[in-house]
Design a protein around this ligand. Structure first.
Ligand code: HSE
Length: 344
């Protein structure tokens, strides 16, 4: 079965996903019977290109690497904006990868509404619209009989959402707790090894872990957005960002980190979502853990999430939490889920 994809946003994640299709297209078709074709790419900075017959991922990647733009990719259409791309590219699935805005969810929110209203499936790694407007978007998706894939909004391609939505929901999830921001975990790990905060942040940015505006990471907003997504999608809550009791890592000094290390402890930015007496609460806080605590050994951009459930007790998932290919893989997971659910 063939799926035509329109990519809205061609930054780290879009390029990571294109790389996966470049390298795995044939084996995916063989293994799953799913033929994923990029028909359009639209990026605010790099321009846009559409070919209803398909664009070669290698050409897209090489051109952007060489010129920083999509303009010289040979194709019948150039210069369409995101909404025209969604409406006219003939895509079956809109892959929304524009930058995250946790205040308004825009411009992704408008893109997702347009795609869903046009009866297209969507796959997104964008936390803004999912944290802020999931209920509304899900209503449109259900009315139109299409799917919203949002695996990459939490723990990048590590399948936290699918684990919670599909495999653990019957076990009764009562608490979710862990390290859900890669940038801050990377910074804390590097600072403990002696690097300055500024250098560690710069490295996290150059490795593609940080948000376009890294304030969202270091002040804990990114983790708070993910806590809201976990609460609302996996625990049936209706939290907003303001409901999260949030503190970032900017108040931690090198002395705090050294003094924890001297006492056999380690700082981690811990996100927690908990259901008590039917009420769901969420927090994001720097927490000093004994070095023997399972979460204390999770270093770098790796994330970890412990699902506490009624029937299984604790189940812990550890894996990449950020990165180009890692987040691109989340899109592939969403597309394969769409194929499983609709590809008959
Ligand atoms: N900036 C995010 C992080 C990217 O560092 O975790 C993945 O959501």
């Amino acid at each position: 079965m063939q799926y035509k994809l329109a990519l809205i946003g061609f930054g780290n994640v879009g390029q990571g996903f294109a790389q996966i299709l470049r390298d795995k297209h044939a084996s995916l078709a063989q293994q799953f019977g799913a033929d994923f074709i990029i028909v359009a790419v639209c990026d605010l900075l790099k321009g846009s290109v559409c070919d209803p017959n398909g664009l070669d991922p290698a050409t897209l990647l090489d051109t952007v690497t060489a010129t920083g733009s999509l303009e010289t990719v040979s194709a019948p259409h150039h210069g369409w904006d995101a909404l025209q791309t969604i409406a006219e590219s003939g895509a079956d699935v809109v892959v929304e990868l524009s930058y995250t805005d946790l205040k308004t969810g825009e411009p992704a929110l408008t893109h997702l509404r347009a795609a869903l209203n046009a009866g297209k499936h969507v796959a997104t790694t964008n936390k803004g619209p999912i944290a802020l407007h999931y209920t509304e978007l899900k209503k449109i998706a259900d009315a139109k009989g299409v799917e919203i894939g949002a695996e990459g909004t939490v723990m990048s391609g590590t399948p936290s959402m699918r684990l919670g939505l599909e495999l653990l929901s019957a076990a009764g999830i009562t608490r979710l707790q862990g390290i859900i921001n890669g940038t801050t975990n990377y910074i804390l790990t590097q600072m403990e090894a002696g690097m300055t905060y500024a250098d560690a942040l710069q490295e996290a940015q150059s490795k593609g872990y940080a948000e376009a505006d890294p304030t969202g990471d270091v002040e804990g907003y990114d983790a708070a957005g993910k806590a809201v997504i976990l609460a609302n999608l996996l625990m049936g809550a209706t939290l907003t960002l303001n409901d999260v009791d949030r503190t970032g890592i900017t108040g931690l000094t090198p002395q705090d980190i050294a003094s924890a290390a001297a006492n056999g402890e380690r700082w981690k930015l811990i996100g927690k979502v908990e259901k008590v007496n039917g009420q769901v609460t969420a927090s994001v806080r720097p927490t000093r853990l004994p070095i023997t605590h399972p979460l204390a050994s999770v270093g770098g951009a790796t994330n970890a999430l412990t699902f506490t459930t009624d029937l299984l007790g604790d189940v812990t998932l550890i894996g990449p939490g950020a990165g180009r290919l890692e987040t691109g893989y989340a899109i592939l997971g969403d597309l394969l889920a769409i194929h499983r659910h609709f590809g008959k």
